[in-house]
Design a protein around this ligand. Structure first.
Ligand SMILES: N[C@@H](CCC(=O)N[C@@H](CS)C(=O)NCC(=O)O)C(=O)O
Length: 222
């Protein structure tokens, strides 16, 4: 059995994807938290972009990029969270990639430093979320009733949208009923509360109050 160590930053949505996969597939792992504002030297030496998540395998191999880590964990544990049909698998990978960009754009939105930036990022994120409506059907998850890596890729984003009370703004029910239902389903995942530290919400909000005072004020966090 391989030994896994996940290098994490407590409020990172990309790390959270890997944690959900580890929990869902019941894979044992150790987590090491770092402070991204002052990363240790050993981390700089193993992370080519200086980003988390990094997965260390057997204390010697380094795998980075959340989507790649998720696929690796899926491939090396029993069962699969990707469809067997190659076309469907390709489509899932496309929407996982889309989810990465959307998560980064959402991060840009919530780190906006003024009204102009906030409003333009808000329009961008709304436009991107709209794309999801037509990819969903009436099933519980992205692939109908099969839970998949696509669901895992978006759960951290919808968790943050929910905590900040941006659900109605970014995915209004009348306009995006399927996205709204999907997001509610993802928020109910049993792995979700365990995939973050117990004081996540307070940490996340205080991070925004410190790093993005404009957004924090606009969202009523302070
Ligand atoms: N594409 C990467 C994005 C990871 C990412 O942006 N991580 C952030 C934390 S949430 C990070 O490490 N930022 C540090 C930096 O950019 O210096 C992935 O999916 O793993």
């Amino acid at each position: 059995m391989m030994k896994f160590e996940l290098i994490s930053f407590k409020i990172c949505p990309f790390v959270q994807r890997a944690v959900i996969t580890l929990l869902h597939k019941k894979i044992p792992y150790k987590v090491t938290y770092i402070d991204l504002s002052s990363p240790p030297d050993w981390f700089r030496q193993i992370s080519p972009f200086g980003k988390v998540p990094v997965l260390k395998v057997d204390d010697q191999h380094v795998i980075f990029e959340s989507a790649i880590i998720d696929e690796f964990l899926d491939e090396t544990s029993p069962g699969t969270l990707l469809p067997s049909d190659p076309v469907r698998r390709g489509i899932d990978r496309s929407w996982i990639e889309f989810g990465s960009t959307l998560t980064l754009d959402f991060s840009g939105l919530i780190h906006s430093q003024d009204a102009e930036m906030f409003d333009s990022k808000l329009q961008l994120v709304k436009k991107e979320i709209k794309w999801l409506e037509n990819q969903l059907d009436d099933g519980a998850y992205f692939n109908g009733n099969d839970f998949s890596l696509v669901d895992i890729a978006y759960a951290p984003l919808f968790m943050r949208i929910n905590i900040l009370g941006l659900g109605e703004t970014l995915c209004p029910f009348e306009e995006l009923p399927r996205v709204t239902a999907w997001s509610s389903r993802l928020l109910e995942l049993p792995e979700l509360p365990q995939s973050v530290v117990s004081d996540f919400e307070a940490l996340f909000k205080s991070h925004l109050i410190n790093k993005a005072p404009y957004t924090a004020g606009r969202l009523g966090l302070k």
